[in-house]
Design a protein around this ligand. Structure first.
Ligand code: 4AD
Ligand code: MG
Length: 428
């Protein structure tokens, strides 16, 4: 049994390939079948006079996505999809598929999402998910090469990681538990053990918004580094994002072609990225007619407006305290603000990263937790980190699906996760 990706090594030889039927056609004495085996696609050619009767008859019954085994001689053929052709000596039908719901025509996105378990087989979806897998691998490689230790953070948690607004709550043997919005608090605890750490896993937000940028379950990678300040944190972010983009350009050429991505928009993504303070961003937005007032978080329209004239990711740093999470460090130069940054993507993909230096002062952290209306006792363990050798540290969280959407140029992030969870979607 050969795999289609290896056919170049078998030119002139007879091989057997097993896979799913993408399409068939025939005219009289010659027939074709395009087979996909998960490693590639190849066209099989049947000449009626050269195959046995049962193979010829089997071809006539094939339906899209039927499973077949095809045997024949491999030939290089530039015009065939994949670049090779198999001159079949036999075709065996292994599993006949029922009429396949996804047709080569325009389907509505709801229909495609209802059939996500089948839609995964389509070429654009395969390309997008391969890019995702490459990005995941490049994330691990980046941190591995820099001596970070991967720390797996819990998914069930009693301490709210970000804010009370978007929690999935569950009963935990009589106690209130939440699905983690972030792993950050836990990896902060691992810094004194390993200095450089990261977690990477699913996170959960009960987002009631139906936008192209929101999922209720999404993957986030979160590094945390002892002794990094906010400036070092941003340098790590620009190196990290540039590395991921470079890897995708290097290793996903074919996929990006299938996705018709204009890669010239990515090739110049290299550090340093421009930086603008929140305060200057508000001034720029107001000058452009925005109603935003100093003190409010930037909404999606403001973020998009800022990126209209920019083609590199942009750091917006030092937001007002009230607009951001409780754990961010007060800015000594302007205590109305915190030492944080959002990294905004070009082309309308919104916030890729949220990061900050962490509040390392015990009393200030306590009062921020109380001011947010969060229960202090749930943070006793987290406050301990400020009691036993408190240390400056910073980290960030990058949303995987938004990043992959930007790299692939797909409009909506739901196509960049195998089984998206959205407000109205729990199946398949
Ligand atoms: O800015 P956020 O909320 O930051 C945190 O969770 C911090 N604890 C990270 C840290 O400092 N360790 O989320 C980080 C990123 C966002 O910039 C965005 O890319 C993504 O996570 N994100 C979402 N992606 C898809 N769907 C959602 N509902 C998302 N919410 C956030
Ligand atoms: Mg954020």
């Amino acid at each position: 049994m050969a795999e289609i990706r290896d056919l170049s090594k078998h030119v002139g030889e007879s091989v057997t390939v097993r896979g799913w039927v993408e399409s068939t056609r025939g005219h009289g004495k010659v027939a074709f079948v395009v087979v996909r085996d998960g490693t590639g696609i190849v066209q099989g050619v049947l000449v009626k006079s050269a195959v046995d009767e049962s193979s010829w008859a089997a071809h006539g019954t094939l339906t899209p996505e039927s499973l077949v085994a095809v045997t024949g001689r491999v030939k290089a053929e530039a015009r065939a999809p994949g670049g090779y052709e198999v001159e079949l000596s036999s075709l065996e039908l292994l599993a006949l598929a029922e009429p396949y719901p996804i047709q080569p025509k325009e389907h509505g996105v709801d229909f495609l999402l209802d059939n996500r378990h089948l839609w995964l087989r389509s070429s654009q979806q395969r390309a997008g998910l391969r890019v995702r897998a490459e990005v995941e691998q490049s994330i691990h490689d980046f941190f591995y090469q820099r001596d970070f230790v991967r720390i797996d953070s819990p998914i069930l948690t009693g301490s709210i990681g970000e804010h009370a607004g978007t929690l999935f709550e569950t009963d935990y043997f009589g106690e209130r538990a939440f699905l983690a919005q972030t792993g950050q608090l836990y990896i902060e605890a691992a810094c004194p053990a390993f200095r450089r750490v990261y977690c990477f896993g699913p996170t959960f937000r009960a987002e009631k918004s139906k936008t192209r940028r929101h999922l209720t379950e999404f993957w986030m990678v979160e590094p945390e580094v002892a002794f990094n300040d906010s400036a070092a944190n941003m340098r790590l972010q620009e190196d990290f994002v540039s590395y991921i983009v470079e890897r995708a350009l290097e290793r996903c050429r074919e996929e990006l072609k299938v996705l018709e991505r204009d890669t010239s928009k990515l090739e110049h993504v290299k550090p340093p990225f421009p930086r603008i303070s929140y305060t200057d961003a508000v001034t720029e937005l107001q000058a452009g007619g925005s109603e935003v007032k100093w003190g409010e978080d930037l909404g999606a329209p403001d973020e998009l407006k800022l990126m209209e004239t920019r083609d590199l990711p942009l750091f917006v740093h030092d937001y007002p305290k009230a607009a951001k999470a409780f754990y961010m460090k007060e800015n000594p130069a302007d205590p109305r603000t915190v030492l944080c940054d959002d990294l905004l993507a070009p082309e309308g993909y919104g916030e890729l990263i949220g990061g900050s230096q962490r509040e390392d002062d015990l009393d200030r952290l306590k009062s921020r937790i109380e001011a947010e209306g969060l229960p202090l006792d749930a943070y006793a363990w987290y406050l301990d980190l400020r009691r036993y050798g408190t240390f400056p540290h910073a980290g960030f969280g990058l949303g995987l699906e938004r990043t992959v959407a930007w790299i692939t140029g797909k409009h909506h992030i739901r196509e960049l996760i195998p089984f998206p969870r959205l407000m109205n979607r729990l199946y398949p």
